[in-house]
Structure formats: C-alpha cells, structure tokens
Design a binder for this molecule. Structure first.
Ligand code: SAH
Length: 522
C-alpha cells in the first residue's frame, strides 16, 4: 500500500481568526479534506470552504462553543489516527500556528508512532499577529531587539514546567504571554517580584484580528487592575515591553465607520451561494455566522434540448449552473441557446448567465415570478404579441412555484418544466444554532432556506428562543410570506429582491437604528 492509499494527516495552522490570514496551503487543504478536526480558537469563517460532504469534527477543549463538549487530547489523536487509517485526508486545524502552544508537536509524534504520514502547515501565530493588528511591532530598532513567546498557564499541575521568572524579568526584549486571562495577576506579581520594572509599558489584545478586536494599554504595575476594569476576556494576549506604547499611534485595525461593525449576521444560504453574501457583509464590518441549512443537489437526467423553444426561463443562479452541467454532459455548450429568447428572474440569475457568455434578453424589474410573467408577456419580448411565443421552457428547482408556468399556459403558451436540481436540508451543528440564536440579524434569501432553518430548529417554538433583539431580514415578499407561515414576522424586507437589495436593506436598518449600537462584546 502506498502513502496515497493510506490517508494522511495535515497539522494545519488556521491563523489568529481573520480569514485573510489563512495560508494558501491551509485553504487548499481545507477545501479538499475528507475530515476536518478543528479547535475552538479557529475563525468562524475558516470552515466556509470545506467540501459539502466533508466530515467536520469539533475537538475543542473546555470553554468552547456553547453546547460543544470538551474533547480530551488523547481522543483527538485517536480520531486522527483512525480517520487516516481509513484512507482519509485528515486536516487537524488549530488556531494560530500548530507548533506554538498548540500541542501540534505531540500530535506529530503520535502520527510518527502510528506510522501515519503527516505534514505540518505553519500558521500565523497570535503573538505576532494580534500584536501587529494592535499596532505593536514586537521588535523595534533601538527599543526591543528580542521577543519571547511565553505560555502563561494558570497552574503547573498540568505537567508544564514552572516559568523561570528571574530569567523572564531580565529578558532583554518584549514578552508576549499567551494565556487564560485569569493568570494575569500572578504573571504581573511574579515578574515584578523578580525585578521587572513596574513602569514598563504593557498591553492586552483581546480577540486579535477579529472585527471586534480590543486593545487595552497600561503599565506593568497597573495592568492587572486595568484588565479587570475593562473586563478583558479570552482569547487575549499580554504584551510587556516598551513597544506596547506604539499601539496608541500605530493602531490601524478596526472597522470603525463600517456600517455593520460589531453586528453579527446569520447567512442561511447553501454554502456555494453563501460566500458572496457573507463576503459583502464582512466587508461592511459584520461578523458573519453561516448556517447553511440547505444544500443544492443536481438531479441526474437526460441531456436537455433547447431547440424548439421560443423562450428559455431561468429562475435562479443554481438553475443556470445546473442547466449548463446538463448541456455539457450532453456534449453541448452555450450555442444551445441560439435563437431563443432567454429570460432571467433577476439580476443574480442574469449574472450567472453572463458568466457563461449569455446575455439575458429579459430581466424583470421585480425579481418575483409575477414580474417575470409581466415582462414575458410584454410586447417588447414578443414583438407580434404574446401569440408569437408558442413554446417556453422553464429550468429550475424541483418543487418550485408553478405561478410562472401556469400564467404562461393561461395565455396559450405551451410550457415545459424541467427540474434540474433540488434543495435538501442540511443538519445544523449545535454551535451554529447557538450562534444563530444570539445574532443581531438573520437573513433569508429564499423560501427554501426559511423552511430548512425551521426544519433544523427542533420545533418552531425554538425560534422564539432567538434573542428578542434579533432582527429577521427577508429578500422579498415570497420569502416573507413563508416566514409568516412559520410564525416569524420579518422586521426588514428588501425593496430589491436580490443580494444587493438584501444587503442594502440590512445596512439601512442597522444605520437607522439610532442608539441601538451593539453592546461591547465579551
Ligand atoms: N497555537 C496558537 C496558540 C494557542 S494557545 C497560536 O499560535 O496562536 C491559546 C492562546 O493563544 C489564547 O489563550 C490566547 O492567549 C492566544 N490567542 C489565540 N488567538 C488569539 C487572538 N485572536 N487574539 C488574542 N490572543 C489569541
């Protein structure tokens, strides 16, 4: 058996939280892994690129995501071995760098002993990135020419050797402590008792590189009380050294001024479409929680022939994608559209067509079925009146609304409907549900994601458990109606029924809500 058949373990650093700080190699491996075993401190968006059929296993330690259990290290290592032995490509994803206080070294040794091939993908460690985002250069010519990364563990019962405080007190450079915040008073006391100067600059960086990053500066002797007063919570780093004072001038990160700064927004779309919406929201400062309640499954079927139709109607970007897959499978390409009028229900669908070289002839102003009917029966489409349109093809989701085909049939048009894909619901993790329940906004871009989310919540009354401040945003009247059928009244409905419109409506709501700035995150 060669290595490729035996499965492989990748011990991968996920960086400090900002998804932009994931390495190219980590992104590639996450996108191709069969199994991802992930920790508590990885950025919420880090797993967005996983394969739809990848197995995701939370193996975090205590204090992790709500509802998530703590997994002992030995068990994590057993899982790594078992999945690799089953021939899987296993990504062991850890916050920051796997070899910096990440127990990655131990895991590599276990793989070695088990005879499992492994690779290590370094990540950007928090001590060198949360600091940079806080405007603290850990070395600076003439100020600090060395930096120490130190674990500020709270007790020495865990088999860790006690720190050499005398050596740390005289260390000629910056000290960066990775630690539970609870250890801070002891660190300060020990360092000062060993002779470190109390007036030295110091800082704490909480949730470094995340949109809600916070920096608290002080001097060594006031650090513990300043942190307590500011209620600094993990994950946080402590920096002791004159370089900490640069933060005041060099801090550059933070989405101040971004309209969605500090807001958490749930995106309920299927993973392939969630990305665009999630990106847009993130760039506006939002923290995005993805709850992909639906998955798109193509329906296998014979090749489709578009010849003989006067109009081909596409009702979603997924439909466009699926139609092209079918055409390609049958050896056809975009030329199959020659001679037909192409109608798209909205700008997203039109864009999906444009990406494949087809410019839609008809895109109604209102992206709902009724809008498309009006536009199709408009005499600009059928110059000699609707009578000139004899045959129409609808390509889309199975179980889609019949409004359109019915309306066209009523005007004497022969309509064929071909189902190219179906949306199936995807189970949600406890962590995703917990995050969704606390979010500031929850967005619905289709009726199917409403149905899927309500299906995922154990019972509909669970939505009552959404934080009372959570606002529901709907893409349009059809989605709103489906929400109402499930007993949830949308607070915001987009006026343009596409992703741009959804984002615009959300931003307008967030900025209009004067005085409802989000509370400081902990
Ligand atoms: N392997 C990780 C460190 C794991 S130890 C790395 O290389 O970064 C966990 C500690 O790292 C936390 O207690 C905290 O002190 C620090 N840490 C991790 N992510 C952080 C972040 N985004 N901001 C501040 N500190 C962080």
């Amino acid at each position: 058996m060669n290595d490729a058949d035996r499965g492989r373990v990748y011990i991968v650093g996920a960086g400090p939280g900002d998804p932009g700080l994931l390495t190219v190699r980590a992104t590639e491996l996450i996108a191709t892994a069969d199994v991802v075993l992930y920790d508590r401190l990885i950025g919420a968006e880090t797993l967005d690129g996983v394969r739809a059929d990848a197995e995701l296993v939370y193996v975090g330690k205590a204090g992790g995501a709500p509802g998530a259990a703590s997994v002992p290290q030995a068990e994590t290592e057993e899982l790594m071995v078992a999945h690799a032995r089953a021939g899987k490509s296993v990504v062991r994803l850890k916050g920051g760098d796997p070899f910096v206080f990440g127990r990655g070294g131990e895991e590599a040794l276990t793989m070695l002993q088990a005879g499992i091939p492994f690779e290590v993908v370094p990540g950007i460690t928090a001590g060198l990135s949360a600091t940079a985002y806080a405007g603290i250069p850990v070395t600076f010519r003439g100020v600090s020419s060395a930096v120490a990364l130190i674990t500020g563990h709270e007790d020495t019962d865990k088999g860790e050797p006690a720190l050499d405080w005398a050596a740390l007190a005289t260390f000629p450079g910056t000290l960066v402590f990775y630690m539970g915040v609870g250890a801070l008073p002891a660190i300060v006391t020990s360092l000062m008792a060993a002779g470190r100067r109390g007036s030295e600059a110091a800082a704490l960086v909480e949730c470094g590189t995340l949109p809600w990053q916070r920096t608290v500066t002080a001097t060594l002797d006031t650090l513990a009380e300043t942190a307590a007063a500011a209620n600094v919570r993990p994950p946080a780093l402590t920096v002791i050294g004159e370089v900490a004072s640069f933060s005041e001038r060099l801090h550059w990160f933070g989405g101040d001024g971004l309209p969605l700064k500090g807001r958490s927004v749930v995106v309920t779309r299927a993973r392939p479409q969630a990305g665009e919406l999630a990106d847009r929201l993130r760039r506006l400062g939002a923290t995005v929680v993805q709850t992909p309640t639906i998955r798109i499954e193509p329906i296998a079927g014979p090749s489709v022939s578009l010849s003989g139709y006067d109009i081909v109607c596409l009702t979603s970007p997924n439909g466009v994608h699926a139609l092209f897959e079918r055409l390609h499978a049958g050896g056809q390409d975009a030329r199959a559209f020659a001679g037909t009028v192409v109608a798209a229900i909205g700008p997203g669908t039109a864009q999906a067509l444009a990406d494949r070289g087809i410019r839609a002839d008809v895109v109604p102003e209102r992206s709902v079925a009724e809008g498309l009917v009006e536009a199709l029966l408009d005499d600009r489409v059928a110059p000699s009146g609707p009578a000139a349109v004899r045959r129409a093809l609808f390509a889309g989701a199975s179980g889609a609304r019949e409004t359109l085909p019915e309306a066209l049939r009523a005007s004497g048009i022969e309509v064929d409907v071909v189902s190219l894909y179906e949306t199936v619901s995807e189970p949600l993790s406890q962590a995703a549900l917990a995050a969704a329940r606390q979010a500031d906004y929850i967005t619905f871009a289709s009726s199917s994601s409403v149905r899927a989310l309500f299906g995922a919540l154990e019972s509909e009354s669970d939505l009552a458990a959404l934080a009372p401040t959570t606002r529901i945003v709907s893409i349009g009247p059809v989605t709103s109606e489906t929400l109402r059928e499930h007993g949830a009244e949308p607070h915001v409905q987009a006026t343009r029924h596409d992703i741009d419109g959804l984002v615009a409506a959300l931003v307008q709501d967030a900025t209009a809500a004067v005085g409802s700035a989000p509370a400081e995150r902990s």
